[in-house]
Design a protein around this ligand. Structure first.
Ligand SMILES: Cc1cc2nc3c(=O)[nH]c(=O)nc-3n(C[C@H](O)[C@H](O)[C@H](O)COP(=O)(O)OP(=O)(O)OC[C@H]3O[C@@H](n4cnc5c(N)ncnc54)[C@H](O)[C@@H]3O)c2cc1C
Length: 321
């Protein structure tokens, strides 16, 4: 492991100035980054600590009924917050499903959505696309946990639980870096490997995610369901976030996203369109669940994810009847 220095800036401006150094990297709770450094998968000269930045660990209700979330809020703080539990249940459940209590205590929301892939070829230092190589070892190798949708040339799956809920909730992200700042929809934040195989999101070097915003979602109910291959300490094999507004049995609005199946949190717009304006019935739910995997292209060992998605989504949708 290479030696590195550590900086704890007291403002976003000081942090982004420090991150102008190409050898510097932002760190939240360090629950992902420090492991990568120990495993010699990355070697920053300096870690720029963000967690102590003032005012970025809060949940702030907005006059329009929405809410602003500090990017440095811990996953424990997010999952236990009464307002998030009540109004944005899918997000609270997603945050509460991450890894272990220790990881949720250390890990931040911004770090959760910007964590690097957990494909074992990447984590074991194989010279794959994500390490600047020219192949994806999972394509013909051990691909049980890899992508069935949106894959190629890399078949990683996006590992973040909270990102799946945030996509279903249509969140906005505040990104600050190098003298510019912008808000962007989370649905434009993640990048497919066919667009840029080296990265998972639109952040440029030195950019940081400082805040997130959620709309009012009046009348909405949400649920996050995560299937894992063991009971704790691990990412989703498949997950679904479903946020619906249902009035008198008719679906008025729908936000639906899948995790564990694609290189980005996978919004299933065709399923949303099938549901909106329709009375929710078991038959409609069956059709919608099947539609979620239309176009799936499983690899040699992950065909099982197709029925896992349809069944997980079917059960989630049935809970709205
Ligand atoms: C055993 C284990 C189990 C896990 N299980 C899960 C799981 O079930 N679900 C899940 O979603 N995750 C899981 N994780 C992954 C991860 O540790 C957590 O997602 C955690 O939330 C990451 O947040 P952090 O603040 O610790 O990130 P860090 O390690 O601090 O950072 C992660 C990455 O994001 C970058 N970064 C950090 N903050 C910012 C920012 N504000 N702006 C831009 N870039 C930033 C860092 O440079 C780094 O590349 C697991 C990790 C471990 C070790």
């Amino acid at each position: 492991m290479k030696r590195f220095t550590h900086l704890s800036p007291d403002s976003v401006a000081t942090a982004t100035a420090a991150l102008r150094n190409p050898g510097a990297a932002p760190v939240g709770g360090g629950s992902d980054l420090l492991g990568m450094i120990k495993d010699d998968l990355t070697a920053p000269e300096q870690l720029v600590r963000l967690k102590q930045l003032p005012g970025l660990d809060t949940v702030a209700p907005q006059p329009d009924g929405g809410v602003r979330l500090g990017g440095m809020i811990t996953l424990t703080g997010l999952s236990r917050h009464p307002l998030i539990r009540e109004r944005y249940t899918a997000l609270a459940e997603a945050a509460g499903s991450v890894g272990t209590p220790q990881i949720r205590n250390a890990g931040t929301l911004a770090g959760n959505i910007t964590q690097r892939p957990w494909c074992w070829y990447f984590r074991q230092g194989f010279p794959c696309y994500k390490h600047g190589g020219t192949r994806c070892f999972s394509r013909t190798g051990e691909n049980q946990f890899n992508a069935i949708l949106g894959g190629g040339p890399s078949y990683i799956v996006h590992p973040s639980d909270t990102a799946v809920a945030l996509v279903a909730l249509d969140a906005q992200l505040h990104v600050v870096g190098h003298g510019r700042d912008r808000w962007l929809p989370i649905r434009e934040f993640f990048v497919l490997p066919r667009e840029d195989v080296a990265r998972e999101n639109v952040l440029d070097p030195g950019d940081i995610v400082t805040e997130l915003a959620l709309g009012p979602h009046t009348g909405a109910r949400g649920v996050y369901t995560k299937v894992t291959d063991r009971e704790a300490w691990t990412h989703a094999v498949v997950s679904t976030a479903v946020v619906l507004v249902v009035e008198d049995g008719v679906c008025q609005r729908a936000g639906i996203a899948l995790g564990g199946v694609a290189p980005i949190p996978w919004r299933v717009a065709p399923v949303e369109q099938l549901l909106v304006g329709q009375r929710l019935t078991p038959e409609l739910i069956e059709t919608a669940s099947q539609a979620a995997v239309e176009g799936a292209r499983p690899l040699s060992r992950n065909r099982y994810k197709i029925p896992l998605v349809t069944e997980t989504l079917r059960r989630a949708l049935l809970s709205f009847l």
